[in-house]
Design a protein around this ligand. Structure first.
Ligand code: SF4
Ligand code: ZN
Ligand code: ZN
Length: 324
């Protein structure tokens, strides 16, 4: 069968949500065009911006880097990765492929371990937490510390945007979780033009948010990404409601292809109107220990509070100086 777009090459990819059979080149062009449209539609970044990609080493971050290198000047792109330090799971090994792609294009790569950043690896944090019988999941420590580190690294090194590799499936799950929890504050922040709550934050954008995870896997395969075989041993501690929602959404999408995309497009339109009329939040207060932003009504930021509960008296974090 020939590709329905060019009509010349053999179709090798079936795009479920459009029902189209495409050749590899037309499939890749479609992904790049959709990402570019999303970036422009929400003014995610422009050609003057310095972009820092927060990468894990997985397929999504590899695809993000590949797509961004096709849309932006590589000399204005950097990559940051936080290595958690999890026993039996070597994130540094996963980064080899991303580093290879970055160095081919002269892109700066910053790799920092949690041990460097805060003096403790994630495994050490988890065992301290277990010793004290604190009921906090490894993913909470991991997510909170990683987000804080990435924001500070990007800001210290003079980047204008932090790009993450969240895909359509991730975004729809998070949106629905916020709806189910009745958390309008978080739902609003999911919108690409959501309010920047602190001058200490570097704006985070998600260029792949309208691309299905399945499409990202196909794209990764086409550009020669080798899939990793090990999973984080703490994966089973991820919130179960999200896992159940993921399963449900997959089934829904199989029956009605395009459902997730329609949902997110509608939510974007709705939130855009809501944002322009009703949303105005004051600047977030600053943490009394580290001086970074914290939630309204709190003395300490989440990271400092988690570490202080583990017995770390005055948590200190690594700071990087700007590059000339
Ligand atoms: Fe971190 Fe949890 Fe992901 Fe492991 S599964 S890398 S602990 S967020
Ligand atoms: Zn084609
Ligand atoms: Zn703090």
């Amino acid at each position: 069968m020939k590709c329905v777009v060019c009509g010349v090459k053999e179709a090798t990819v079936y795009q479920r949500h459009t029902g189209m059979a495409l050749c590899r080149d037309c499939f890749m062009e479609d992904i790049i065009k959709r990402v570019s449209n999303e970036v422009k539609r929400f003014d995610m970044f422009n050609e003057r911006h310095k972009l820092m990609l927060a990468v894990s080493g997985g397929k999504d971050s590899y695809v993000l880097l590949d797509v961004i290198l096709k849309l932006h000047d590589p000399s204005r792109v950097g990559v940051v990765s936080i290595v958690e330090g999890i026993e039996g799971y070597n994130r540094a090994e996963d980064l080899v492929r991303v580093k290879g792609l970055a160095s081919k294009h002269g892109v700066d790569v910053v790799v920092i371990s949690l041990k460097d950043y805060v003096g403790l690896s994630l495994s050490e944090i988890v065992s301290m937490s277990r010793e004290k019988s604190i009921n906090v999941s490894p993913c909470t420590y991991c997510g909170v510390l990683r987000r804080k580190a990435i924001n500070e690294v990007a800001r210290d090194l003079g980047y204008d945007r932090v790009l993450t590799a969240h895909n359509l499936d991730d975004e729809v799950q998070t949106a629905l979780l916020n709806v189910l929890r009745g958390d309008l504050f978080r739902l609003v922040q999911l919108h690409p033009k959501g309010p920047l709550l602190s001058s200490l934050f570097v704006r985070k954008v998600k260029p792949l948010r309208k691309i299905y995870e399945e499409e990202i896997a196909v794209y990764a395969h086409i550009i020669g990404y080798e899939f990793q075989t090990t999973d984080c041993p703490y994966l089973r501690f991820q919130p179960s409601l999200r896992a159940r929602l993921r399963e449900y959404l997959y089934r829904l999408e199989r029956k009605n292809p395009g459902t997730m995309l329609k949902f997110l497009n509608t939510l974007d339109e709705f939130l855009e109107k809501y944002l322009s009329k009703y949303v105005s939040y004051p600047e977030l207060p600053k943490c009394l220990n580290c001086g970074e932003a914290t939630a309204y009504g709190r003395k300490y930021c989440m990271a400092c509070e988690l570490l202080m509960n583990l017995g770390v008296e005055k948590p200190k974090y690594l700071r990087l100086s700007p590059r000339g």
